[in-house]
Design a protein around this ligand. Structure first.
Ligand code: 6R9
Length: 661
């Protein structure tokens, strides 16, 4: 089956354009000149970005990139660096120790702010604590924590020692946690008794106990690699204790030395492993290293979020269990000396205005969130954010999925007061940092399009043969030149790394797995994962385009589209739609469904008209906000629903399955 969505013209007829406000342009960090510099001397440009960091041992000009053994790149490889030093001590030594690094907000409303000096002191102690437990260069540490300051402290302490962290989402099951511990041979697990989610304490330590009690692949118990479990007290929930193995963080940290000198590590030292939940098969442990990763995380954070660290208050709503939490909660912002907000809980706890209350409280200026959250707020209605003072916001970001033009415009109008630029940032766990995004203050924005590669990055949209497609054509997104924050492999499985990403179009072309279209201006529109592309009577349709069309209808808050097998058309379009609160009474299901089918046919073409539309109240999503279309496809095809363990709310599928049957 073909995979590129290339057959229907004008699928996206979005013509709205937004220029940056003049005051924004005047003070913008990014300038159009960045493109020229990067194009004139790509490696020189990246070396310049890398030199914004502190190098214990500078790298040589002729060692910027070693690409002699693709796809295993080496960047700045004779340089030595300490990632945590760059995020902490450097700012304190430069006299910025009194600046707030973290404003942490707990879900129940407790809060704690740490300056750079305080955060540095905490990380030094934590590094001594971990070193005392035998953690050293190259050792793997699993982190299974809620979003509390200790999550950031633990990650930086591991990095400071040249060890490797593997952060596992607090929402993952004991089985998933154990699989990740085993794959990485972690010797230490850092967890909490529990954390707050949706107004309740959600236990974590019991899942660690259960994970470590599970039999290994050969059926044997007690064979795991974990020597110690370090437990942060947060939820105050009852937990079991294994003496000799389990240790309280607060007790141990009280006994260690406060001073710790950061050592230099080679630029290519592993920094972290992060597992991506593939649709099938064993999760992939994506490996990132130090110097190149930090270079691109910091550079993109500074330029794409227009960071003015003295005055901005930045908030990325991502959890640290997601790549966005690594690059744009921990490493990018802290390397840049930003003041940022981190929030433990869910957007609706204890009330649906919680996020906007936090924006008002901390006078957040830059907000980075996922389209799924934006659509949820659209569903609830603009009167909720309008109750809060959001006038501090001056830049908005989006990540995780294509943002439908309607959601984009709503975000700008309602949250951004009709003036803030929006950066729609495309990237992946594997790319480590943002790859495609508008430059705020430079690019004229198009709602729904991620637009242009970041200066220094080279991407293309190609057909099945790897040939660049023309204007207004769809195809597959590829990255054609190596980049500093690229994954260095899949942990323990170099062949799978090559097979998955570097074999389809040759050993130096990165296949991202996303469909994309380039419009007449050369701007890139992401069309969703290639496996989300449908083939209806030989026409290739993208789930993202039909979803955007549905969301553009005033009745619709959210939509998920899947291709279900169909005897006559090969696949048929099946849509799951959430109707906005304000339209629920007005529209009866009998009226809404035919209207929406017609709407899609009118907007895109009769071929895209959904065969079935189901009205639902929730969609199945992962904790990073991605709709799990695989599960909806199971429902649409009348199958038993598959593995739901990575869903944020595992009950959603039962509700949907009942609605449909
Ligand atoms: C950062 C992150 C990667 C996949 C990626 C793509 C989708 C992310 C997007 C986007 C369209 C954007 N994606 N950002 N699609 N526009 N701005 O999400 O990493 O969890 O590894 O997911 O997410 O499909 O391939 P990760």
């Amino acid at each position: 089956m073909g995979t590129s969505p290339d057959s229907i013209d004008n699928l996206l007829h979005e013509s709205r354009r937004f220029s940056p406000p003049p005051e924004f342009v005047e003070n913008a960090v990014a300038t159009a000149e960045l493109y020229e510099r990067a194009a004139a001397d790509r490696l020189g440009f990246w070396a310049e970005q890398a030199r914004e960091l502190h190098w214990h041992t500078p790298f040589s000009d002729d060692r910027v990139l070693d690409w002699s053994n693709p796809p295993f790149a080496r960047w700045f490889d004779d340089g030595e660096i300490n990632v945590a030093y760059n995020c902490l001590d450097r700012h304190v030594e430069a006299g910025r120790g009194d600046r707030v690094a973290l404003h942490w907000e707990g879900e129940p409303g407790d809060s704690r702010s740490l300056t750079y000096a305080e955060l540095t002191a905490e990380v030094k102690k934590a590094a001594n604590l971990l070193a005392g437990l035998g953690v050293g260069q190259g050792d793997r540490v699993a982190i299974y924590l809620p979003l509390i300051p200790e999550a950031v402290i633990a990650m930086l302490a591991v990095a400071r020692l040249g060890a490797v962290h593997s952060v596992v989402f607090g929402g993952f099951s004991a089985e998933s946690l154990r699989a990740r511990i085993d794959d990485a041979d972690a010797k230490l697990v850092i967890t909490a008794d529990g954390g707050y989610r949706k107004g309740k304490v959600s236990p974590l330590k019991p899942a660690v106990d259960a994970a470590l009690a599970l039999p290994d692949a050969d059926g044997a118990t007690g064979t795991h690699t974990v020597e110690r479990v370090l437990v942060v007290k947060r939820g105050e929930n009852e937990i079991d204790w294994t003496p000799g193995r389990d240790l309280w963080w607060h007790e141990e940290i009280a006994t260690v030395d406060a001073e710790h000198i950061a050592q230099a590590f080679p630029a290519e030292s592993p920094l972290f492993i992060l597992y991506t939940s593939g649709t099938t098969g064993k999760p992939k442990g994506i490996l990132h290293t130090s110097g190149g990763y930090l270079t691109q995380a910091a550079y993109t954070h500074r330029t794409l979020f227009d960071l003015h660290p003295e005055t901005d208050v930045y908030w990325s709503t991502a959890d640290v269990g997601w790549i966005t939490g690594h690059s744009y909660v921990v490493y990018g912002p802290l390397a840049n000396g930003a003041t940022e907000v981190i929030y433990e809980g869910t957007p609706e706890s204890p009330h649906p205005g919680r996020w906007w209350e936090i924006v008002e409280k901390y006078k957040v200026t830059i907000l980075y969130a996922a389209p799924t959250a934006i659509r949820t707020f659209m569903k609830l209605g603009r009167q909720i954010p309008q109750r809060f003072d959001l006038s501090s916001l001056r830049l908005l970001g989006s990540v995780g999925e294509p943002i439908n033009p309607e959601a984009w415009v709503w975000y700008r109008d309602v949250i951004g007061d009709g003036i803030t630029p929006i950066v729609d940032t495309w990237w992946q766990t594997e790319t480590g940092a943002i790859m495609i995004s508008a430059l705020p203050g430079v690019t004229i924005l198009k709602p729904g399009s991620a637009q242009v590669p970041v200066p220094g990055i080279s991407v293309d949209v190609v057909d099945e043969q790897g040939v660049s497609v023309g204007a207004d054509q769809g195809g597959l997104l590829v990255v054609t030149e190596p980049w500093p924050s690229m994954a260095r492999g899949i942990w323990g499985d170099p062949d799978r790394f090559i097979d998955t990403y570097w074999s389809r179009f040759g050993p130096t072309v990165y296949f991202a797995g996303d469909g994309a279209r380039r419009d007449k201006d050369g701007d890139i529109w992401l069309l969703g994962r290639v496996d989300d592309v449908m083939n209806v009577s030989g026409h290739r349709l993208s789930t993202a385009e039909i979803e955007s069309s549905l969301v553009a209808n005033p009745m619709v808050a959210e939509a998920a589209v899947v291709g279900a097998s169909d005897e006559t058309t090969g696949q048929a379009v099946v849509a799951f739609v959430i109707i906005k609160q304000s339209h629920l009474e007005a529209a009866s299901a009998e009226d809404a469904i035919p209207q929406l089918r017609k709407h899609v046919a009118d907007q895109i073409g009769p071929i895209a008209r959904p065969r079935d539309i189901y009205l639902v109240t929730e969609l199945p999503k992962t904790r990073s906000g991605k709709i799990m279309r695989r599960l909806l496809r199971d429902v649409a095809e009348g199958r038993e629903v598959g593995d739901t363990t990575t869903l944020a709310d595992t009950t959603v599928m039962q509700v949907i399955a009942t609605t449909v049957r």
